[in-house]
Design a protein around this ligand. Structure first.
Ligand code: AMP
Length: 502
C-alpha cells in the first residue's frame, strides 16, 4: 500500500514525500479513505502509531475547498495538553507547506492578544486545549458554528484530566452536521458513552502497537531504598547505562519532578524538566532542548509527557513506579519506537510492590529484577548499624531514619563528578542502603561470598521498630508494620467515662 492509493490531494502527497514517509501506517491506511469520504472515524490507537497524520492529511486535502471567515474556524482539533497541541500544529505546518491555510493555536499559558488576532483574521485550522477554547467562546471572541471537522484526540487522557464535561459542552457548540474524528488509546466506559452520543455511525478502526516495537524494549526492575538513596540509585543507573543516548525520567508527583530535576543538575547531569506547574514558555523550551539534544535527560510527570512525540529515546527510567498500570505502558512506550531498541528500568521501593504486580498482570509478563537485591531483602534495611564503625556501617543495609535522612539530604545529595568521591563517614551512612545494588552490567554475576555474608549478617540483626511515617513525609521508607499499624495503636485512645452504679 502506498500513500498514492489513499485518495489524498496532490499537494498533500508532495508534502508527505518531502517528509520521507514511504508507506502509510495501519491507522493511516485504514482511516484516511474514510476521513476523506466525510465519515466519522473512531480510531483506537496510541501515540507512535502515526495517528496524527491519519487526521492531519485528510483534513488538509478537504480544506483545499473553501475559505475561513473571521472568528469562525473551519476545523477544530482538541488536545489534552499544550505540548500535544503545539505538536499537532507542527504537523499541520509540515504537511501543509504547499497550502495557504491559516493555523491558530489556542492554549493556556500564552497571551490572549496574539491568539485573538489569528482567530479574528480567520483560521482554517484551530488547535486548542478545552479550557482556553471555552474561555474564548464564552467571551464571544470565537464562533464554533462554522466547524466542518472536529477532531478529539487522546480522549482517554482528556478523561484522566477531567476534561470530559468541557468536551461535551464543546460538542454541543459545534454544528450537528460536522464530521468527527475521534482518537483514544483505550476505551473505558465513559469514553464509549461519549462516542455513542457524539459520533454518527463511525467507522471503528483499532490498531495495536506493532509487536516488533514492544519486544525491542528491555524492561527491568531495580530495588532501592527511598529518599536520597533513591536519587543515587538513579544516578548510578544513568552512569552505568549501556548504549545511552538520552532518557525520559518519570516521577509520580509534580513537586518531585522539580526536586529530582534540581538534584540531577546539582550533580552535573544535563537535565531538563516538564511538569504542569511550569509556564508554557519554559515547558516548550525544555521539550525543544531535549528534542535537539541540548539536554539528554528530561524529568517528567505523566500528564506533561502523555502523547509527546519524542523520537529516538534510548532509556526510560521510572524514578517512581506508576500507581496506574496503564501509565507504565504509556511511559515505556516512549522508547523502543519504530523498531529501535530501548531500555525501560523502574526503581522499586517496598511500597511499590503491589503496583508492580498490577503492571505485570496488565502486560501479562514478569519483569526481571536487574539488581541482586530484591525487595524482600530490603525488609532488613532497618537493621541497626554501629554508628562508630564506618566499615561495619558500610556493610549494613540499614536505611537512615526518615528525620535523619531529611537532615542529611543536603550533604548526601551533594554533587559527585565522574567517580564517586572517597566516602566520608556521613556519605557512607547515606549511600549504603543501596550500595549493595548491582550495576546493570553485572546482572548475571553470582553473589560474591562477601555479599552473601553481608546479607546473612544483616538478616540476623534484630529489626528495630519505627513509627509509621508522617503522612506528609513522602520519601520516608516504610518499614516494620508501616501502613498496617492498626488504627487503635496509632491514636491515643480516650477512655470512655463509665457509669458507676450507685
Ligand atoms: P504519532 O503517532 O502521530 O505521534 O506519530 C509517531 C511518529 O511516526 C511521528 O514521529 C511521525 O512523524 C512518524 N510517522 C507518522 N507517519 C509515518 C509514516 N507513514 N511512516 C513513517 N513515520 C511516520
Amino acid at each position: 500500500m502506498t500513500f498514492n492509493e489513499l485518495g489524498l490531494s496532490e499537494k498533500v502527497l508532495q508534502a508527505v514525500e518531502a517528509s520521507g514517509y514511504k508507506t502509510p501506517t495501519p491507522i493511516q491506511a485504514q482511516a484516511i479513505p474514510h476521513a476523506l469520504a466525510g465519515r466519522d472515524v473512531l480510531g483506537i490507537a496510541q501515540t507512535g502509531t502515526g495517528k496524527t497524520a491519519a487526521f492531519t492529511l485528510p483534513m488538509l486535502s478537504r480544506l483545499e475547498q473553501g475559505r475561513a471567515r473571521a472568528r469562525m474556524p473551519r476545523t477544530l482539533i482538541l488536545e489534552p495538553t499544550r505540548e500535544l497541541a503545539a505538536q499537532v500544529e507542527e504537523s499541520f505546518i509540515r504537511y501543509g507547506v504547499n497550502h495557504k491555510l491559516n493555523v491558530a493555536l489556542l492554549i493556556g499559558g500564552v497571551s490572549f492578544a496574539d491568539q485573538e488576532t489569528k482567530i479574528t483574521r480567520g483560521a482554517d485550522i484551530l488547535i486548542a486545549t478545552p479550557g482556553r477554547l471555552l474561555d474564548f467562546s464564552e467571551r464571544g471572541k470565537l464562533l464554533l458554528t462554522g466547524i466542518e471537522i472536529l477532531v478529539i484526540d487522546e480522549a482517554d487522557r482528556m478523561l484522566d484530566m477531567g476534561f470530559i464535561p468541557d468536551i461535551e459542552r464543546i460538542c454541543k457548540l459545534v454544528p450537528f452536521t460536522r464530521q468527527t474524528l475521534f482518537f483514544s488509546a483505550t476505551m473505558p466506559p465513559e469514553i464509549t458513552r461519549l462516542t455513542e452520543t457524539f459520533l454518527h455511525n463511525p467507522v471503528r478502526i483499532e490498531v495495536a502497537r506493532a509487536a516488533s516495537t514492544a519486544i525491542t524494549i528491555v524492561q527491568g526492575l531495580v530495588a532501592s531504598a527511598t529518599g536520597p538513596a533513591k536519587r543515587e540509585t538513579l544516578r548510578r543507573l544513568i552512569r552505568d547505562a549501556a548504549d545511552f543516548k538520552n532518557a525520559i525520567i518519570f516521577c509520580n508527583r509534580k513537586r518531585d519532578v522539580a526536586v529530582l530535576h534540581k538534584s540531577l543538575q546539582k550533580h552535573g547531569f544535563n537535565a531538563g524538566a516538564l511538569h504542569g506547574d511550569m509556564d508554557q514558555r519554559a515547558r516548550m523550551a525544555s521539550l525543544d532542548a531535549f528534542k535537539t539534544g541540548d539536554v539528554d535527560l528530561i524529568v517528567c510527570s505523566d500528564v506533561a509527557a502523555r502523547g509527546l512525540d519524542i523520537p529516538d529515546v534510548s532509556h526510560v527510567f521510572n524514578f517512581d513506579v506508576p500507581t496506574h498500570a496503564e501509565d507504565y505502558v504509556h511511559r515505556i512506550g516512549r522508547t523502543g519506537r519504530a523498531g529501535k531498541s530501548g531500555v525501560a528500568i523502574s526503581i522499586v521501593t517496598r511500597a511499590d510492590q503491589k503496583h508492580i504486580l498490577e503492571i505485570e498482570r496488565l502486560i501479562a509478563r514478569k519483569i526481571d529484577w536487574l539488581s541482586k537485591e530484591t525487595i524482600a531483602e530490603l525488609d532488613v534495611e532497618d537493621a541497626p548499624e554501629a554508628p562508630s564503625s564506618p566499615s561495619k556501617g558500610a556493610r549494613s543495609r540499614r536505611a537512615p531514619h526518615a528525620r535523619d535522612e531529611n537532615k542529611r539530604a543536603e550533604s548526601s545529595d551533594a554533587p559527585q563528578r565522574g567517580e564517586r568521591p572517597a566516602p566520608t563517614r556521613s556519605r557512607r551512612r547515606a549511600e549504603h542502603p543501596h550500595a549493595a545494588l548491582a550495576p546493570v552490567e553485572a546482572l548475571t554475576e553470582a553473589k560474591t561470598a562477601t555479599q552473601a555474608k553481608t546479607a546473612t549478617e544483616a538478616k540476623a540483626a534484630p529489626v528495630r521498630r519505627r513509627p509509621a511515617p508522617r503522612p506528609d513525609d513522602d520519601d520516608a521508607p516504610v518499614v516494620g508494620m508501616g501502613d498496617h499499624v492498626p488504627m487503635f495503636l496509632r491514636r491515643p485512645v480516650k477512655a470512655k467515662p463509665t457509669k458507676v452504679a450507685g
